[in-house]
Design a protein. Structure first.
Length: 144
């Protein structure tokens, strides 16, 4: 059974393991203090939010998200990070997390939920194609 709920203090260590896996997937590494800053932001739940997906009672996936204004609609919800333990992929944790974030965003009055992934992330895209609309946008970034 999959249960999705806000992260709890006792989730801290497992959350960091999952978030480290997420960052490694995107070839990033973070110093320890950045994990602590993120955890504190999720604990406050003022601008950054986090949910955990539990499979059979064990934290097996995480979702980090935020709301931001839009010039052309009501506020939008951005699902910034989504990661499931590789050992449980395909068992519904990712789907449950996306559905929970979507429900939360709807309760907040958001116009839509959106997220990004890499073009070659075929495993995730099989799920995403079922849950959302691919709009063929190209994302540019620039360090400042």
């Amino acid at each position: 059974m999959i249960a999705v709920a806000p992260l709890r203090p006792e989730d801290r260590e497992t959350w960091e393991t999952l978030f480290t896996g997420y960052n490694a997937f995107y070839d990033r590494s973070w110093p320890a203090e950045r994990y602590e800053q993120a955890w504190q932001a999720f604990t406050r739940a003022e601008t950054m939010h986090a949910l955990g997906g539990r499979l059979d009672g064990r934290l097996a996936g995480i979702a980090h998200f935020l709301v931001h204004p839009s010039t052309t609609s009501s506020d939008l919800c951005y699902l910034q990070d989504l990661f499931t333990d590789p050992d449980v992929r395909g068992r519904g944790v990712g789907r449950s997390l996306i559905e929970a974030v979507s429900a939360w965003a709807g309760e907040q009055g958001c116009a839509r939920l959106y997220w990004h992934t890499q073009r070659h992330n075929d495993t995730a895209r099989r799920l995403y194609d079922q849950l959302g609309e691919h709009r063929d946008l190209i994302v540019y970034t620039r360090p400042v």
